[in-house]
Design a binder for this molecule. Structure first.
Ligand code: UDP
Ligand code: MG
Length: 325
């Protein structure tokens, strides 16, 4: 039997990095949208070590609106860590994750909640198209998800779905139980499972400021995702190695026969140079792949906390977390 789906409390968790210019508009709109839902709510803002006046503004908001709560992280830990901080601190029976730049419209929260009431455990916003993005980014994203989903038949990470989503308390607890430091959230949402439904949406333009992700940070996030959720690059390195070795044996045999039958012939300069370069290239590539995985293992075994909270402001929902059966 499914449990009672009357939502009593909702936490809206928003990571903020240098978003001072968006906060007033964001909070006014969120509050207006949450007030009509007829439940207890809190807005939890995670300041990810901003260098502008974000922290100051959060302090003002937390002082004048008791349902607004803020966590100030001790430095910039990255969006994935800020989201984890939000999930750890959220007290609601359902938790909505959202960006601070109003690309995610708070108006959608009501629809997400309806889907949750109808039985979904996760309702994620999935962008209808990527026509607003440059062509190279679309091609890269498409390729990335193809490679990411290539060898994991049981866990499918939906492309075009981001962090804008509503999570049931069970899902939040499941995510909190994953101990890894390399937190590729899009993969983790898929990994924990539960009943997930998509909600098509068109992201708006950033209200003010600029995206924090450039080509370099997107590549680095993709690499984290790859190493966190696949091991096929390691196998690919062995398969390429085995095939090249077989090829080399074959060619070596041919050269020996050639020498026996037709005598010494001083040639083969091109072969030597090309094969040396090819083999060193493949070796370095394999070492690089190995290195990526070892670096992640190193990060994991250090066992450092994902983030450090320097201050907590405001009240939000009461501390006792509701425990749905
Ligand atoms: N963000 C964060 N820490 C970071 C970078 C970004 O908390 O190091 C937050 C940012 O304030 C925003 C959200 O993550 O609320 C998404 O960031 P952004 O809009 O720059 O990304 P995009 O929409 O371009 O993917
Ligand atoms: Mg954005």
């Amino acid at each position: 039997m499914d449990r009672d789906r009357t939502c009593r409390s909702l936490s809206l968790a928003i990571p903020c990095y240098n978003e001072a210019s968006n906060l007033d508009a964001l909070l006014a709109r969120c509050i207006a949208n949450l007030d009509v839902l007829g439940l207890r709510w809190e807005i939890l803002l995670i300041d990810d070590g901003s260098r502008d006046s974000t922290a100051l503004q959060l302090a003002h908001w937390a002082a004048r609106e008791p349902r607004v709560r803020a966590l100030l992280l001790s430095r910039n830990f990255g969006k994935e860590a800020a989201l984890s901080a939000g999930l750890d601190a959220a007290r609601g029976e359902t938790v909505v994750l959202m960006d601070a730049d109003l690309q995610h419209e708070p108006e959608l929260i009501a629809t997400m909640l309806q889907r949750w009431q109808a039985g979904a455990d996760v309702v994620y916003a999935r962008r209808k198209d990527r026509r607003d993005e440059p062509r190279f980014k679309r091609v890269f994203t498409h390729l990335f998800y193809r490679l990411l989903n290539a060898t994991h038949p049981r866990v499918k990470i939906p492309p075009d779905a981001g962090d804008f989503r509503l999570l049931d308390r069970h899902v939040v607890d499941a995510l909190k139980s994953l101990p890894e430091h390399n937190r590729f959230m899009k993969g983790m949402y898929a990994w924990v499972g539960f009943r997930a439904e998509e909600l098509p949406y068109t992201p708006r333009a950033r209200a003010s400021g600029q995206s924090h992700y450039n080509l370099h940070s997107l590549l680095s996030l993709s690499l984290s995702g790859m190493t966190a959720f696949t091991t096929w690059p390691l196998r690919a390195a062995s398969v390429i190695g085995v095939n090249l070795a077989l090829l080399a044996f074959g060619y070596g045999g041919y050269l020996v026969l050639d020498y026996w039958l037709f005598g010494a012939e001083v040639s083969g300069w091109t072969t030597i140079v090309v094969s040396t370069m090819l083999f060193s290239g493949v070796q370095l590539l394999s070492l690089g792949i190995l290195g990526e995985y070892i670096a992640r293992i190193y990060e994991e075994v250090k066992g450092r906390p994902l983030y450090i909270v320097s201050r907590r402001l405001g009240q939000g929902l009461p501390a006792e977390t509701p425990t749905p059966d």
